[in-house]
Design a protein around this ligand. Structure first.
Ligand SMILES: [Mn+2]
Length: 293
């Protein structure tokens, strides 16, 4: 062992080289928050998640995984590009390249608009499983056609909405609720997550899913658990419940995932970054349990 291996760590990038093993995920930061509608600052999210990852316990007794021992390669951060169309185009190209090389992307946001580019690069048989307080189904937001509040509407113009599953919704316009119901988009609201038969309903939704891209907007969590987000909404779920739902993906083929909307400027206690790092650790663990094809 060299002194470099002994004394130098990969921090703050999340890289863990395991000799003889291919990385389970390729981490890509997207420090982008130009279309943010409320509190700016989530461009600082990717590095805050990386920093927190090295501070938390990552052995998961339920999955029997230790994400510090799972090979991960960090690609760094996407270059700054203010126009949302340029950003999503670059994300789509980079993610397509990774998918073409059978490499699984793990994106750290940045605002939710990045999912538009990332999911367009996914295989056609992948389901988009979204955890979010918002539906992001507006046709336009503050003049932006492509923004963090419209990305799912833009995706719905390019593919069947049967590919979407939405979990945690509670804050949207009447038009968005009507769109969800009118298109029959499978969903569980944050109120339904608190109901007695939630586990059965959630497992029932998952039973149809084989290959999945997971998009976690941290504002699915109640602001008590995650104050450091761009657009906090009361009435959210606990981090415990979110991690439970992510662990239930064990056995699914994870095509890729993203964790978005962390805003360190409003995360004074650092708990939102820690929650994001736990989400990252859990999704890396679940990803490691089944190979992508
Ligand atoms: Mn949201």
């Amino acid at each position: 062992m060299s002194y470099r291996e002994l004394f130098v760590s990969a921090q703050p990038t999340i890289t863990n080289v395991v000799q003889g093993k291919d990385p389970v995920v390729y981490t890509l930061g997207v420090p982008y928050d130009v279309t943010t509608s409320y509190r700016p600052g989530c461009r600082f999210g990717p590095n805050a998640i990386r920093d927190a990852f090295w501070k938390i316990e990552v052995y998961d007794p339920e999955l029997d995984t230790d994400s510090e021992k799972i090979p991960v390669q960090d690609l760094g951060n996407l270059d700054p590009m203010p126009k949302p169309e340029k950003m999503v185009d670059a994300v789509q190209k980079v993610v397509s390249e990774l998918v073409g090389e059978s490499k699984r992307p793990a994106l750290l946001g940045g605002e939710h608009s990045l999912t538009f580019g990332s999911f367009l690069a996914m295989p056609k048989d992948a389901t988009l499983l979204i955890f979010d307080a918002h539906f992001d189904l507006r046709n336009e937001l503050y003049g932006w056609k492509l923004s963090h509040g419209t990305f799912l509407r833009r995706l719905s113009e390019k593919m069947e909405t049967g590919r979407f599953v939405h979990v945690g919704g509670r804050a949207a316009s009447k038009e968005e609720w009507d769109f969800v119901k009118g298109r029959g988009i499978r969903h569980l609201t944050s109120r339904e997550i608190e109901s007695a038969d939630f586990e059965r309903r959630y497992k029932n939704i998952l039973s149809d899913i084989h290959k999945v891209y997971v998009s976690v907007d941290l504002d699915i969590l109640d602001p008590a658990f995650a104050p450091g987000v761009g657009t906090p909404e009361p009435g959210g779920i606990s981090s415990n419940k979110l991690l439970y739902m992510l662990r239930q993906l064990k056995g699914k083929e994870i095509a890729g995932f993203d964790i978005v909307e962390l805003d360190p400027a409003y995360d004074h206690s650092g708990i939102t970054a820690i929650a994001a790092a736990s989400v990252f650790s859990t999704l890396v663990s679940v990803s490691s349990l089944k190979r992508a094809t």
